[in-house]
Design a protein around this ligand. Structure first.
Ligand code: C2E
Ligand code: CA
Ligand code: CA
Length: 848
């Protein structure tokens, strides 16, 4: 600095100069050419923390660690530090260190060369700088990725972590907007915590997750934390943004959230899988996802591949899996992942290469998807448009994708089995009532359209209840399953079979007329009637079948089923194990039956029934040995209904227990009354139905009845047909034993008429056999009847049983039987069954 102050003298100038410097804000130290301090202003006193008299005249080196006047000065004439500014660290008197920005000027004053050093206190800025440098170093060194944007949203700072994370060069990013690596979410799908640049730039502290795209296009899930930095005026100066790569943990989560969400919304399988593909493609735009199903026959079917050309998916449809079946076919075949990084050359793709080339895919990584049973039921594949190997993100994607695909398929499987369960009968697997009717209606509509014919078969198992009671429900179930299987086995593809209720099945046979259905029925009955082994018991099952035909018997399924039901009922009544076609009159019969059932209920509750009594005579002494009570029903308008009819009806409609109790009560009371009035009737026989023996309380009930009437158990004989042994159930045998223990006698009615193994005679406590009427009837003319009656008496005598011959109408019959050794006879020859009052008169007459 050269100073010449125009009009003033040198002294004045120096003084003026001195005063100016004295008042300067900066510390000013002036030295002479011997380095001695010649000037030290007030600011300098503050800066160094000392008084000027302490430094004036001393060497400047006590103040500043570096020379102000260059040593080379003299030689070169150039003072290198003049005109420059540098930061120097000084030590104050109190020992504290301060930083000053030092600028040096050379002054020539009154011929003297002086050096003036100006110090600006930069300690604060300096400390801040250091802090910032350290901060920046540590930020760079840390693994997290950080950037700073300015208030205009431009990147002004990017740390090494972010450079590493995104793969961009720092220069590519600086001054740009973070927009360039943020991936906007799929439109129409905003999630509260999704990454949004606007919210970050709004200056609110913000935390969100989202996708960013690397320079190479690979996408990453990041967690972003942003915080604003405010300037002195409280305005947003900068925003610091920290990114954390959470791809590894978040990727499965994000996919899972989306897919599970769709599953919870009950979206159809195809949409769920398509969504899965789309989501993966959004996370990794370089891949194309494809999901194929593998059917049990080993054929591939398209499930989802939204980004593959439709032609490609169509061409894959129905292709077989195999050892060289492209990536997916091979993966399904081997049951392990298959990675083909170059479709163009890989032999696995030999047969399908052209397809992939057309679709523009060159690499494919496929994973088998197994169902809960372990079968490969689908493949999950990532295709690439270039020949390449997958990276770790792809590995995450394929693992997660395969898992989610399996979940979706399992859900679908469960859904289908629920649907199947809802529509089918759990025991037999056949369609249940509602789905049977739906299918039948569909089939009928088709037949009606083509003006064809259709047959409806109502199949009812015979004696199912007995099997259930005798062998237990598990065996009943087994029988139903066997029969269901047999029914299924006779059907054509268009035929329908379903289970209507416990032992009732319905077959709907389209395009069947009366002739063809008869041939079918003959085959059906043979199939159903084949011997079966149910729970270790050999059994000949049978079913009664009713048939109705469309269009002759009805126009809709409801009436066709009704007609078939009526025909089945008729079949059951006439011959079990047979079939009947519906006839107009059957409908009337069915109506009559319904009417009769109502009437019987009424009769039972309003004394509509009564008993008649038929004497049993000792064939040797002609004395009365007992009476058989027989039920009678005289209906005011329907007339006399034979017992065979109303007993069967009572058995069918569940009234038989009630009826039998009434008979027992009535018969016991009558016997007691006769005895009271001196009519000595030795015993009374009551007929019971086999069904009555399913009641374990029967013996107790009879005991109470006898006691009530003051009778002995031996006064009562219970007659039962061999039908009771047909299905020898533990309950029946128990009841028979209980009756025997009680002391009630047991007679086998109609002996010889029914099928019977005679084994039970040994096992069960029987007292009496009643030879079937039919043998007596033909006794005089039929040698075989005579032989059989002889056999029966042989059996009876051999087992010490009383043998009663029924239906004796002529003396000749009586004589033959008596000659053969029969003890007791019963029949019109002695008396027809008669009401109690008449019996009293007969009794008196007989003994006179
Ligand atoms: P059942 O037990 O064999 O009864 C004997 C049947 O032979 C009776 O027929 C009787 O009226 C008839 N009868 C008697 N004497 C002669 C004769 O000389 N010649 C011929 N041809 N028949 C004779 P009913 O009363 O019509 O009974 C028929 C069947 O109905 C009975 O056969 C029995 O199985 C059943 N039944 C009758 N009442 C009852 C009852 O209260 N409970 C049960 N569970 N069944 C009964
Ligand atoms: Ca009888
Ligand atoms: Ca009989």
């Amino acid at each position: 600095m050269d100073m010449s102050v125009g009009s003033t003298t040198g002294e004045e100038a120096a003084d003026f100069f001195g005063q100016t410097l004295e008042q300067a804000n900066d510390a000013v130290v002036i030295i002479d050419d011997r380095n001695q301090v010649v000037f030290f202003n007030a600011a300098a006193e503050r800066f160094w923390g000392c008084q000027r008299h302490e430094v004036l005249g001393s060497d400047v080196s006590t103040l500043v660690p570096i020379p102000i006047r260059s040593r080379n000065d003299g030689e070169t004439g150039v003072n290198k530090i003049i005109g420059t500014s540098r930061d120097v660290c000084i030590t104050r008197k109190d020992g504290e260190e301060r930083w000053g920005a030092m600028a040096i000027s050379k002054i020539t004053l009154q011929g003297r060369i002086l050096y003036a050093a100006f110090f600006k206190d930069v300690t604060q800025t300096r400390l801040k700088d250091i802090e910032q440098r350290l901060l920046s170093m540590s930020v760079n060194a840390s693994s997290s990725a950080t950037c700073i944007v300015d208030a205009d949203g431009r990147l002004i700072y990017i740390n090494d972590g972010l450079v590493r994370l995104l793969g961009y060069a720092r220069e590519e990013l600086l001054e740009r907007s973070p927009q360039m690596f943020f991936v906007a979410d799929t439109p129409g799908e905003s999630q509260a915590d999704e990454l949004q640049l606007e919210s970050i730039l709004s200056g609110q502290p913000h935390e969100a997750c989202g996708l960013v795209s690397k320079r190479n296009g690979q996408r990453l899930w990041v967690q972003v934390c942003s915080a604003p930095v405010f300037d002195a005026k409280g305005r947003i100066g900068n925003i610091v943004i920290v990114f954390t790569d959470i791809t590894r943990s978040r990727l499965p989560e994000v996919l899972q959230d989306k897919v599970i969400g769709a599953l919870l919304q009950e979206q159809p399988l195809e949409s769920v899988l398509t969504l899965l593909c789309q989501e993966i493609e959004r996370l990794a735009p370089e891949v194309v996802v494809s999901i194929l199903s593998v059917d049990p026959q080993g054929l591939l079917h398209h499930l989802a591949s939204p980004s593959l050309p439709a032609d490609y998916s169509r061409a894959m449809e129905g292709l077989p899996i195999g050892p060289a079946g492209g990536s997916c076919g091979t993966a399904a075949f081997r049951g392990e992942p298959v990675l083909v990084s170059d479709i163009d050359t890989d032999p696995l793709w030999a047969d399908y290469r052209w397809l992939a080339q057309q679709a523009g895919v060159r690499a494919c990584w496929s994973m088998p998807v197994r169902n809960s049973g372990g079968r490969v039921c689908a493949t999950f594949a990532l295709y690439f448009r270039e020949s390449r190997k997958p990276d770790t993100t792809h590995a995450h994607l394929i693992m997660t994708g395969t898992h989610l695909c399996m979940l979706a398929l399992e859900r679908e499987e469960a859904r289908q089995s629920i649907r199947r369960m809802a529509c089918s009968d759990a025991l037999t697997g056949l369609p249940n009532r509602s789905s049977l009717l739906a299918e039948a209606n569909r089939s009928l509509a088709e037949v009606a359209l083509e003006q064809g014919e259709l047959a409806v078969l109502y199949v009812d198992l015979d004696r199912f209840k007995q099997v259930n009671d005798a062998l237990g429900h598990a065996s009943g179930d087994e029988l139903l399953q066997v029969m269901a299987q047999r029914l299924r086995s006779v059907l054509r593809e268009s035929d329908i079979v379903g289970r209507l209720s416990s032992d009732e099945f319905v077959l709907v046979l389209p395009r069947m007329n009366a002739t063809r259905v008869t041939a079918f029925l003959e085959r059906l009955m043979l199939t159903l009637g084949a011997p079966a082994d149910i729970a270790g018991t050999a059994m000949i099952p049978s079913a009664s079948v009713g048939v109705s035909l469309y269009p002759s018997d009805g126009q809709d399924m409801e009436s066709l089923l009704h007609c078939a039901d009526i025909a089945m009922y008729q079949a059951k009544r006439t011959e079990r194990g047979g079939f009947r076609f519906f006839l107009e009159e059957m409908d009337q019969l069915a109506q009559q039956r319904l009417q009769l059932e109502t009437a019987l209920r009424q009769a039972l509750t309003s004394d509509g029934l009564h008993l008649v009594y038929q004497p049993q005579i000792d064939l040797r002494t002609n004395g009365l040995v007992g009476v058989e009570a027989l039920a009678r029903w005289e209906h005011p308008s329907l007339g006399t209904i034979p017992p065979a009819q109303f007993i069967a009806l009572a058995e069918e409609c569940g009234l038989i227990n009630y009826l039998s109790q009434w008979v027992l009560c009535e018969a016991c009371e009558q016997l007691a009354r006769w005895r009271q009035s001196g009519i000595r009737v030795p015993s009374i026989s009551v007929n019971l139905s086999p069904i009555n023996f399913h009641n374990l309380n029967l013996a107790a009930l009879i005991a109470r009845q006898l006691q009530r009437c003051g009778l002995q158990p031996a006064d009562l004989c219970v007659e039962v047909t061999e039908g009771v042994f047909l299905c020898s159930s533990p309950t029946t045998e128990q009841t028979l034993q209980d009756l025997h223990t009680l002391g009630v006698r047991l007679a086998i009615d109609d002996f010889g008429a029914g099928y019977s193994s005679l084994g039970y005679l040994r096992r069960l406590p029987i007292s009496e056999l009643k030879l079937d009427q039919s043998f007596v009837e033909e006794l005089e003319h039929d040698a075989s009847c005579r032989a059989l009656s002889e056999a029966v008496i042989g059996i009876g005598k051999g087992l010490s049983l009383r043998v009663v011959a029924e239906g004796i109408e002529h003396a000749a019959q009586r004589d033959i039987l008596r000659a053969r050794g029969y003890d007791v006879g019963q029949g019109q020859l002695f008396s027809s069954p008669m009401p109690a009052r008449v019996f009293g008169q007969w009794f008196v007459g007989w003994h006179s």
